[in-house]
Design a protein around this ligand. Structure first.
Ligand code: ADP
Ligand code: MG
Length: 238
């Protein structure tokens, strides 16, 4: 494996899942990429990849005495290996999130780049595990001061576990926002750099409705261009 990234943020709804898939598709042009829905409580990556009916998911790999093999939960979609997670509350409760460590180790052995779509917040040990297991974290934020403050907490937490910040990805940037000033502030506080400013875009919502990642549904949309730029700026360490 080359590198494992967690895609994380302080709050929900900043665009982590959208970003994970967009970065994954962009990086898949050069690397073997595996994306994992490690948001085991609020999983929704399956809806963006046409895997709503996936038989075996990450939940099945996290139960004690599991019968499923890791490869049973890997689906080839959009040029990537995708490990979806199910949405059943009972399956979430039956899963032991701590087992993510061994699953990630096994997946890492068979891929170049691993992207872990992470839960929001730092509420519990299991919510931060993807950040702990990653080499670097991509912090997804909106270009506002409160969002920057959330992101700094994620960075601080990551550091205590030796996970570097790969950079900040600003998402849902509106034309009236002073994105440049916020990006300049961010570069003072965050390791890495601003990876990209992704505009608010109707294509993102349309892609989700179509059950596809943005880069498959609307590859020429300005938001897709911005995500490709972020993947380049990420500069995967070979
Ligand atoms: P998270 O995984 O952080 O909870 P999602 O990627 O699921 O966030 O995005 C949350 C919502 O915001 C979704 O409805 C998604 O379609 C929308 N969204 C995300 N990024 C954008 C964007 N750049 N433009 C418009 N809508 C977006
Ligand atoms: Mg999500």
């Amino acid at each position: 494996m080359v590198e494992a990234f967690a895609v994380a943020s302080g709050k929900g709804g900043t665009g982590k899942t959208t970003s994970t898939l967009a970065l994954g598709m962009a990086l898949a042009e050069r690397y073997d990429v595996t994306v994992v829905d490690a948001d085991t409580g609020m999983a929704n990556l399956l809806f963006h990849t046409g895997l709503d009916d996936a038989d075996v998911t990450l939940h099945d790999l996290l139960v004690e005495g599991r019968e499923a093999r890791v490869e049973d939960a890997v689906y080839e979609r959009f040029g990537m290996s995708v490990v979806p997670c199910g949405t059943s509350l009972a399956a979430f409760e039956a899963a032991d999130p701590g087992r993510l460590r061994e699953v990630v180790a096994e997946l890492a052995a068979g891929t170049d780049v691993l992207l872990l779509d992470s839960p929001a917040a730092l509420g519990s040990k299991s919510a931060v595990l993807p950040v702990v297991l990653a080499d670097r974290v991509v912090v997804v934020l909106q270009p506002t001061v409160p969002s920057l403050s959330d992101g700094l907490k994620v960075q601080e937490y990551a550091r205590t576990y030796g996970t570097e910040t790969a950079g900040v990805l600003f998402n849902r940037v509106r034309p009236d926002e002073d994105a440049e000033r916020i990006a300049e502030q961010a570069s003072r506080y965050f390791g890495g750099s601003t990876l990209a400013s992704v505009p608010e875009s109707d294509a993102v919502r349309a892609a989700r409705r179509a059950g596809e990642p943005l880069l498959a549904h609307a590859p020429t949309d300005p938001a897709a261009d911005a995500f490709r730029e972020a993947a380049t700026t990420l500069d995967v360490r070979e």
